[in-house]
Write a protein that binds this ligand. Structure first.
Ligand SMILES: [Zn+2]
Length: 451
């Protein structure tokens, strides 16, 4: 056989282009930030939300997902999810939380050491499937030779390397990664800080544009934090843990913490999703008291708590008070039982946390980029099957990260180092300096920060 002409080169149809638009059709879109709760279509292009409208005609090459019967909500923002506690080196917990709808997680993780952001940053560099940020332990930070002014400069990424080596750490990796932390954490279970050190934490977090968070299952400790705050922001996290009765009567303890948030301007509380479930959660061990759960739900209905967190990934080394698998069922149950409308429930893990973070840190990129489905937002989206109470697909930056029931990190679902999922602190830093972020150039997050 002879060819009369040279074979044509093979061309790929546009639908296989990785940069093709993604059209999600016919889902019930719940986007509390924009007051949307209706059946609509949504288009994602270049990792951003391009458009939400009643009926969007497909363009040639679009990838199309039929979302009929599904809820389509912004990716969940979890202000308190312990990754890398006890130096958990597996990335499985992070892939699992994504499968259950989390697209941004702030971890108090191994934050008792200065190395925590370095370790987390290394995971980001290897390609974590979601956005992460780290709270660093106050005790570790305050035990260095650095003055409060130097620590503020350190967290802003502005402390010269020669100084860092003198006052922070001789380890070049550790001392380079201060600006990967997005918050400071206090934990009375590990270290009880002096009044003077608490004051320093408020000053540093305020001036470095960081969050300040304290674990608050002990109402007496929560009261110390509230009194020290004097109008400055502090998040008393997983306040429903006070309702477990571990530090006194469950109902009285929870009411005590709630009163602190009511009476102190800068004090905010979040509740753990597991504690609000009909079943009071999947977790073994310390449970919320059933009477305290009523108090917690009443507080949500009354608008006294507008933030929900998981406290923990699904199968991590350390188990906290809850579990990311509880998040979506919790949001649905709060709506089903009439505690709050569905849109308000979804807001508690989407727009409310980013509004809180933006106000507490003075950094507007939180609300511009995350927690909503407006045009231009980072396209983190969860498709939820409401009757099964679970996420069936999670998109982070427009890329399908994982569907429930598929093997971890399989090639078909794979995410690559080249994906744009990065540490939140790196977004913050690039926004603050208006430089192109490091992932847009050569990836070099852990070398000396001379840029
Ligand atoms: Zn915690």
């Amino acid at each position: 056989m002879t060819y009369t002409r040279a074979p044509q080169p093979i061309t790929f149809p546009e639908m296989l282009r990785p940069d093709a638009r993604l059209l999600i059709r016919g889902g019930r879109i719940v986007d509390p930030a924009h007051g949307v709760d209706a059946v609509k279509d949504l288009v994602i292009a270049d990792g951003r939300v391009q458009e939400v409208a009643d009926a969007i005609l497909p363009e040639r090459g679009d990838r199309i997902i039929d979302a009929a019967g599904l809820l389509v909500i912004p990716g969940l923002i979890d202000l308190h999810c312990h990754f890398h506690d006890l130096f958990d080196v597996s990335t499985m917990p992070s892939t699992e939380v994504v499968a259950h709808g989390t697209t941004v997680a702030l971890t108090p993780g191994a934050g008792n050491t200065l190395m925590a952001p370095a370790l987390l940053g290394a995971e980001v560099d290897r390609g974590l499937p979601l956005h992460v940020g780290c709270y660093i332990g106050a005790a570790a930070v305050l035990s260095t030779r650095a003055s409060p002014e130097q620590l503020i400069a350190y967290f802003r990424g502005e402390l010269p390397e020669s100084t860092r080596l003198q006052v922070i750490s001789r380890n070049p990796i550790t001392n380079a990664t201060g600006s990967l932390a997005v918050g400071l954490k206090d934990h009375m279970g590990h270290w009880i800080l002096s009044d003077e050190d608490l004051e320093t934490c408020f000053t540093i977090s305020q001036q470095a544009g960081m969050l300040f968070m304290s674990h608050c299952q002990d109402p007496e400790h929560a009261e110390r934090l509230a009194e020290a705050s004097r109008g400055r922001r502090v998040l008393l996290t997983h306040a429903t843990a006070a309702g477990s009765g571990s530090h006194g009567d469950a109902v009285a303890s929870l009411q005590h913490v709630l009163a602190l948030a009511r009476d102190h301007k800068g004090v905010t509380v979040d509740f753990t999703t597991a504690h609000l479930r009909r079943s009071r959660g999947l977790r073994d061990g310390i449970l919320i008291d059933a009477r305290a759960q009523v108090t917690a739900r009443d507080a949500i209905a009354g608008g006294r708590c507008r933030l929900l967190t998981s406290d923990g990934p699904c199968n991590a080394t350390m188990k906290g008070f809850g579990d990311a698998r509880e998040n979506i069922p919790c949001l649905l149950e709060l709506a089903e039982e009439g505690v709050v409308p569905l849109s308000d429930a979804v807001a508690m893990m989407t727009i409310n946390p980013v509004r809180f973070a933006a106000e507490a840190t003075g950094q507007r990129w939180w609300t511009q980029e995350l927690g909503h489905l407006g045009a231009g937002a980072r396209a983190s989206v969860v498709l939820v099957e409401p009757h099964a109470q679970r996420a069936v697909m999670t998109l982070v930056e427009g890329a399908r990260r994982r569907r429930v029931g598929q093997p971890h990190g399989s090639a078909a679902e794979g995410w690559s180092r080249g994906s744009a999922v990065v540490s939140l602190a790196v977004i913050a830093r690039s926004e603050a300096t208006k430089q192109s972020p490091w992932w847009g150039r050569s990836p070099r997050p852990f070398g000396p920060r001379d840029d």
